[in-house]
Design a protein around this ligand. Structure first.
Ligand SMILES: [Fe+2]
Length: 112
């Protein structure tokens, strides 16, 4: 769990300059595709009781990332989108990884 948080923060720190917003959006897209699928597979496999609610969170963030990428494609990289991309990443860390994923992590740890 903490590896993932570190990975997110490292990615933010490594990205710099005008391309930051594009790289952040690409990173978020790759993250939601890979990690959400892996988590959802584990939840189904272990019949996680909070699966429906957790998947709703994933859907919400998938939608947010998709929306960001669409606006980026339409308008190109700009300061406003950069701030929104960073806010999305920070909100995801605070609202999802540190809360929803923590609960799943505890559940899976008890199962193993
Ligand atoms: Fe999750």
């Amino acid at each position: 769990m903490f590896d993932r948080i570190n990975h997110l923060l490292r990615a933010m720190g490594e990205i710099g300059g005008a391309k930051q917003v594009v790289a952040t959006a690409d990173f978020l897209q790759e993250y939601v595709v890979k990690h959400f699928a892996a988590e959802e597979e584990q939840m189904a496999l272990h019949e996680y009781p909070g699966m429906a609610q957790h998947k709703e969170h994933h859907e919400y963030f998938r939608g947010q990332v998709e929306d960001l990428r669409q606006r980026l494609a339409e308008h190109g990289p700009n300061e406003k989108l950069l701030i929104e991309a960073q806010e999305l990443l920070v909100n995801y860390l605070r609202d999802h990884i540190l809360q929803v994923d923590m609960l799943l992590g505890r559940f899976l740890k008890e199962k193993m």
